[in-house]
Write a protein that binds this ligand. Structure first.
Ligand code: GDP
Ligand code: ZN
Length: 466
């Protein structure tokens, strides 16, 4: 907790721009109730009853009304931040909101009221135990959700569904740790311990649950982050046309002249609520043109970072020597969909197939016509399959990369614990240590024992006023 975490803070809580209502919110921190009363007197000319909506004028320094609206006073601890909070709901114009904000800062000078940093209200809510860290993150994710599915699952996380599952896991790990550590104090009983307490069975149960939580969290992370899909191939095979077909709009410039897409064009589309960041690229070919060379180098950079590569080919030509050379340079392990485009010119039907590569790489082939929009649904279904999306998955909560990393680390520690459990009794202290490490990872998700550095990173990404 930083020293500034108890400063009185103020911010405009509503989005910039014009709207019916705009909200200025004050959280009084260490200045407490006396400051809240002083500010209510200065701005509203009267004390306000707790948690009652009062229709009042918002007064300037000389007692003239700047605006008139609803004022709400939430005494601690029953407020968003857990501190004394005052909310002023005025008319949502940018100037009137600025005036109201400035008026609060002037009137709050006596108790050093300052402008809030991004995410500072929610950071307070976390520090004052109104929300845990996963819920606080869900606040930002709900605000930033770009699809309905993402918003719904952020709502579930905010409600505490994710946190509850993590807590259950932590409690089970703690129970097991207590059993083990009690045994460590009575070494003569060690040999029987694992059998008697069914430690292996309990551990197996925890690992199963964790695997389920991880699967749900992976789906949630997918909803939040989406997948990056790169369109690659020789010039003129129809990359820009395919981007347009997927997006359903004229975005990239489609021209019959080879080598026109030199700069990156990207578009986020959604398939069943999953955001796909589709990136069109410069066609890959041997060239002496310096500008085109730069575009091609960029294309390879995009391919290196892709979650999925769509390798486009002209169905009339099929895979050429150049295409083999291109495919050979794709990063190992990244799923590739080979798209044979322009089926309308060949009389071939649209189709989809899984290709067995030499390695266990995920390679499939779709035949379609970008121009006619035929077979696009086959490609969309392939992309969903590659994303690992389980249609109709219900218990999805919006999770972040940070959560997945912690869950996987916990999984690794539990696997090591299981190894130790299967060895002889001398490994019992190692077994206990792995359980402790697994618990530490799980705790980091909900924010128990989290460093100020991590909090700084998480909350600084919020918008101001949240
Ligand atoms: P890019 O260079 O790979 O981005 O290719 P474009 O999308 O610019 O397309 C090159 C040319 O192929 C344009 O004239 C497109 O209209 C045409 N084209 C693209 N897809 C198809 C298709 O499915 N069928 C037909 N007949 N023409 C296509
Ligand atoms: Zn193009």
């Amino acid at each position: 907790m930083l020293a500034t975490d108890s400063d009185p803070i103020v911010a405009i809580a509503t989005a910039p721009g014009r709207g019916g209502i705009g909200v200025v919110r004050v959280s009084f921190g260490r200045a407490g109730e006396a400051a809240a009363r002083a500010l209510m007197q200065a701005l509203c000319g009267q004390p306000l009853a707790p948690r009652h909506a009062s229709y009042v004028p918002f007064l300037d320094q000389s007692g003239n009304a700047l605006d008139r609206g609803i004022a709400l006073y939430f005494p601690a601890p029953h407020s968003y931040t857990g501190e004394h909070v005052l909310e002023l709901q005025g008319h949502g114009g940018p100037i009137v909101m600025q005036l109201l904000l400035q008026r609060c800062i002037d009137a709050g000078r006596a108790f050093a009221l300052r402008l809030a940093e991004p995410g500072e209200f929610t950071r307070r809510a976390f520090l004052n135990d109104k929300l845990d860290l996963a819920q606080a993150e869900a606040v930002a994710d709900l605000i930033e959700a770009s699809t309905e599915a993402a918003a719904r699952s952020a709502g579930r996380s905010l409600e505490g569904a994710f946190s509850r599952d993590i807590h259950t896991l932590v409690e089970d790990v703690i129970t097991l740790r207590m059993l083990v550590e009690a045994t460590l104090d009575f070494p003569e009983e060690e040999i029987d311990f694992l059998e008697a307490a069914d430690a292996r069975g309990k551990l197996a149960h925890i690992r199963e649950r964790l695997a389920q939580v991880l699967a749900d969290a992976r789906q949630g992370a997918l909803l939040r982050e989406g997948l990056s899909v790169v369109l690659a191939g020789q010039p003129n095979v129809g990359k820009s046309s395919l981007l347009n077909a997927l997006a359903g709009a004229e975005l990239a410039i489609v021209t019959p002249i080879a080598g026109t897409t030199r700069d990156k064009v990207s578009q986020t589309i959604q398939i069943e609520g999953i955001p796909l960041h589709v990136i069109d690229t410069a066609g890959l070919r041997e060239t002496e043109d310096e500008v085109e060379k730069i575009g091609i180098a960029r294309t390879w950079n995009e391919i290196e970072r892709a979650d999925v590569v769509l390798h486009l080919l002209d169905a009339r030509v099929g895979s050429t020597g150049e295409d083999h050379a291109i495919a050979a340079r794709f990063p190992a392990g990244v799923p590739v969909v080979r798209v044979l485009n322009k089926t309308d010119l060949t009389g071939l039907a649209t189709s989809v197939a899984r290709l067995g590569g030499e390695s266990d790489a995920d390679v499939s082939e779709v035949r379609l016509s970008a121009k006619k929009g035929e077979g696009i649904d086959l490609l969309r279904a392939q992309l969903l399959r590659i994303a690992g999306w389980q249609a109709g998955a219900e218990s999805v909560y919006l999770a972040r990369e940070r959560h997945l990393i912690a869950l996987r680390a916990a999984q690794d520690h539990l696997a090591l614990a299981a190894d130790h459990a299967n060895q002889n009794a001398q490994a019992l202290d190692l077994f206990a240590e792995e359980l402790r490490l697994a618990q530490e990872q799980l705790n980091s998700i909900t924010g128990e024992f989290t460093s100020d550095d991590l909090l700084g990173v998480i909350f600084s990404r919020f918008c101001i006023g949240k």
